[in-house]
Design a protein around this ligand. Structure first.
Ligand SMILES: [Zn+2]
Length: 415
């Protein structure tokens, strides 16, 4: 039982080590959602929750909730995900849960909190097996499309809805999990940065101002395949020529607007050394925190593609693959997060998140949200090399704890 009211960041590090030993191997973490190893991680975690004065249940979408009743039903929610990608790192997702657990222990030890405090372990954040990221948080946020999810299968042909049944989740009933946000007043999530920005600045922690929006398109240039020997240079309709110009131009567009643009895939026809390229398809992925700037970046890329198509005597056609609006976090909570970080390590920084997180789904559902990033070494994640300095992990637990206190006060005084 609880013997101390002080936060113990070292316990979080010890528990991360224990979880790694229990659910990882020489290739990294193996806690893929809806698999026995994931269930093992959850059973281990539930045993820890059982030592606390909390109500625990799994919701209709498979998320695991622990609730510490407070003076009011208005709830501060802290979240993370125990699931990992195959051969994943030892911190992605589970640091958030275990740091939240330590904060919950500290709050519980001090008696009834001013607001209700809830810790959630989201189900299937990674989408590693069925390709549906943010499964549990999307359901809670009312954004799960059960009809299209029902069609999903894993590599072995097993349907998502059949895999879920083994974990007491009925896919068609999963949207009922939305009721969990009924009393939600704020949502906090600690996460490793998974990028190189904080390390480059020499800072342990950063306040996340939001998740960037994404525009992802396929762009097809069509010219004329022709003999590499007999076709004079000025008579070519080289689809690759136009695509190559665009692949370079998008980098300048990104730099000009402070966003990121990536040409990640290219396919060619006929794709042989002795023919001018007749067809070339490239992908474009653009990201920015501000919707208007993202729209400008897209418009500039489209104008550039039209210009290059004309220069190379080819045609160009765009089709949208996927996109999402930017998701800005709550300004008050960003300020509280920056203050908590400053109190912890004397300096702070505000940055956007390139990856999407469960926090994005909760924020889109209208719950005031903020995330706290801790530095990632070499920016590596989703790999067994993923790592963070131990003193930075400890500081992240302390900062999350301070942020939880500030946020409880913020909720209580908002009326
Ligand atoms: Zn994660």
């Amino acid at each position: 039982m609880i013997t101390s009211v002080t936060l113990n960041p070292q316990r979080v590090i010890d528990e991360l080590d224990a979880l790694r030993a229990l659910t990882g191997n020489e290739n990294g973490a193996q806690r893929v959602a809806w698999t026995p190893t994931w269930a093992t991680a959850r059973d281990w975690y539930k045993a820890k929750l059982a030592e606390l004065p909390v109500e625990t249940h799994q919701d209709a979408a498979g998320n695991l909730w622990a609730t510490l009743a407070g003076t009011t039903e208005k709830a501060l929610i802290i979240g993370g995900h125990l699931d990992s990608v195959p051969n994943g790192g030892w911190l992605d997702g589970c640091l958030n849960v275990l740091a939240g657990l330590e904060v919950l222990r500290r709050i519980a030890a001090q008696g009834e909190p001013p607001v209700t405090v809830r810790l959630v372990d989201w189900a299937d954040e990674e989408g590693a097996r069925f390709g549906h990221s943010l499964f549990g948080s999307s359901a809670v946020a009312g954004m799960l499309d059960t009809a299209s999810a029902a069609e999903l299968r894993d590599r072995d042909g097993i349907r998502l809805q059949d895999a879920l049944r083994a974990y007491d989740v009925d896919l068609h009933n999963a949207p009922a999990a939305a009721k969990e946000l009924h009393n939600a007043a704020a949502y906090l999530e600690l996460h490793i940065e998974q990028g190189p920005v904080l390390e480059g600045l020499g800072l342990p922690l950063g306040a996340v101002i939001g998740c960037v929006g994404v525009e992802r398109h396929s762009i097809k240039f069509t010219g004329q395949a022709a003999h590499a020997g007999s076709t004079p240079m000025h008579q070519r309709r080289d689809a690759l020529g136009a695509a190559a110009k665009l692949a370079l131009a998008i980098r300048e567009i990104a730099k000009r607007h402070g966003g990121v643009c990536t040409c990640g895939r290219i396919t060619l026809q006929p794709n042989i050394p002795t023919a001018v390229v007749g067809e070339c398809e490239i992908t474009l992925d653009q990201r920015h925190l501000h919707a208007a700037t993202l729209a400008t970046m897209l418009a500039e890329a489209q104008a550039a593609s039209a210009q290059f198509a004309q220069e190379e005597h080819v045609t160009v056609a765009w089709s949208r693959i996927w996109g999402i609006e930017p998701i800005p976090f709550h300004p008050d909570l960003i300020d509280l997060c920056a203050a908590a970080i400053h109190e912890t390590c004397g300096q702070t920084h505000r940055l956007p998140s390139g990856p999407l997180h469960d926090a994005a789904a909760v924020s889109r559902a209208g719950v005031p949200t903020v995330m706290l990033f801790v530095q990632s070494l070499r920016g590596l994640s989703h790999a067994k090399e993923e790592d963070t300095q131990l003193d930075h992990i400890a500081q992240s637990v302390i900062a999350l704890d301070k942020l939880a206190d500030k946020t409880m006060q913020w909720i209580a005084t908002r009326g």
